[in-house]
Design a binder for this molecule. Structure first.
Ligand code: PAF
Length: 283
């Protein structure tokens, strides 16, 4: 695996692959790779001739009181894991390579609609930071396709909309969430949980499953949402939202919506966890 940290070096390698007609899949990450990320690389391997992975903890998508400083940075271990799953190129730029003028970026990408509400409401500026860095990374890597985890469902819809609206010639592929035995979605942030918090954390997914199982028999989605919020609160979470939405628009689901997603965000101690579950309702 080739490891580079400049835009010029990525472009040179990807252009060489494209010149001979090879395809390139891209997996953008913030590093601290776990089995969920490696599953994205494995999916990428199946879909293209070459796989590029980026590791960049993007300051633009963290709010002033969020975990940018303590976000785990484990580049050497990450590189070793990527070698094992046969990624071809690791792009791990320093902050100045992506933001040479500091974080005052004149051009930003905003994707209103899908980025509003849910995490967008709880983390002001987060999705502008995500869309801006992903647009930059797409322009740097110029992949044929890009792979994202479905765990960050709203992020995935923001990226899909951006690519569609800006006519970016990149296919976006979503990969299902990997889970621990109790259902907890794999996330780099799980390591912040204390032993006691970790023993409760699987309940987030259990609430999603319980709501999904009841959905077809319930008329009043907002009562179902409130009941789930209360159950999480009673179990010691600080729930931010538990929302039943149209899977494409992320607007509140109506009785006749057939493709739905149930999304949750909750704090457990100092750790913010998110998860979701998609389902089709046959009417
Ligand atoms: O999901 C992530 O790890 C990040 O939001 C991403 C897509 C790499 C952009 O920084």
């Amino acid at each position: 695996m080739l490891q580079v940290n400049t835009i010029a070096a990525v472009r040179e390698q990807v252009a060489a692959w494209h010149r001979v007609g090879d395809t390139v899949a891209f997996v953008p990450t913030m590093g601290n790779l776990h089995a969920g990320h490696l599953a994205l690389v494995a999916a990428a391997r199946k879909l293209a001739d070459h796989v590029v992975v980026s590791i960049f903890v993007n300051p633009l998508q963290f709010g002033p009181n969020e975990d940018f400083d303590r976000y785990p940075r484990t580049l050497a271990e990450d590189a070793a894991k990527l070698e094992q799953v046969e990624a071809d190129l690791l792009f791990a730029p320093p902050v100045e390579e992506i933001y040479p003028h500091g974080q005052v970026v004149a051009t930003k990408v905003d994707v209103p609609g899908v980025s509003e509400g849910l995490c967008g409401a709880m983390r002001p500026g987060h999705f502008v930071g995500v869309a801006t860095v992903v647009a930059k990374l797409f322009n740097i890597v110029q992949p044929d396709l890009a792979i994202f985890g479905e765990k960050d469902f709203q992020q995935l819809q923001v990226i899909r909309k951006m690519v569609n609206d800006l006519c970016m010639p990149i296919e976006i592929v979503g990969v299902s969430t990997m889970r621990e035995a109790d259902g907890l979605a794999l996330s780099s942030r799980n390591q912040y949980l204390s032993t006691e918090e970790r023993s409760k954390a699987g309940m987030l997914y259990q609430q999603l499953r319980a709501a999904a199982d009841q959905l077809s028999e319930r008329d009043d989605f907002s009562t179902l949402e409130s009941e789930a919020m209360k159950a999480l609160h009673d179990a010691g979470f600080e729930p931010e939202y538990f929302a039943i939405r149209n899977a494409e628009t992320l607007l509140p689901a109506e009785k006749d919506t057939s493709e739905l997603v149930i999304l949750v965000a909750a704090r457990l101690g100092n750790t913010r966890l998110i998860d979701n579950i998609s389902l089709s309702l046959v009417k």
